[in-house]
Design a protein. Sequence first.
Length: 256
Amino acid sequence: MAPTAQAPARPTAAKKAAAKKPAGPRPAAKAPSAASAGAATATLTVTSKNYSSWSLRGWLLTRFSGLAFAENVLPPDDPSTRAEILLLASSIRVPSLVHEGTHVWDTLAIAEYLNEVCPDARLLPADRAARAHCRAISGEMHSGFSALRSSLPMNLRAHFPKFKVWSRAQADIDRICDIWRECIATYGGPYLFGQHRTIADAMYAPVCTRFATYDVPLDKVCAAYRDLMLGQAEMKEWTRDAKAEPIDIDELDVEF
């Protein structure tokens, strides 16, 4: 029988201080900057690179697609974006992509749009069964794993060694690892659907950061996939920017 989940423990002052950087001045939204080679034909709006897993997914999808885009970063202390990061908003509308007069938000909608306009990127597998599988596990990430999201929020600046994971979040972790092992065994790796990065890899990339932040024990196969994704050039670029952010969100800088 799984242990009964207990109320989250508040962090000690020392642990909280270790997980945070000193607060700095609050910046205004950054002006759009080129985020891909060539002349930008699109604008992608994101928010905090340290805390927003949905922004990371949308950004990775756009980078994986090869679409040239300018990046517009909303400050995480903006009330509406803060509500989205804290899962308090009625819906998630960041990230959002504007391309040739088309405005699309919601990460899966962005993924499907990019697959249409950038078919050479192969964001979905060519095989029909694999394509359906890719969509299914991406949808599962999109709509599921609420315990993982709430108890292990994305925080790239923090590290909690030997973090104690409560039972419901552990069930989410176990399911995610089952997905990874099945995909790698079926399609041969190193990515979830073989030799090419797909929508699914972008969808699960923030989970890789959570597993690193909270020191989640993984088997050899899952640890290798986590390390592969964290070692991607795009992930390293995003992480550098995240660690340079001056704004902390106190609710996400605690050890639960």
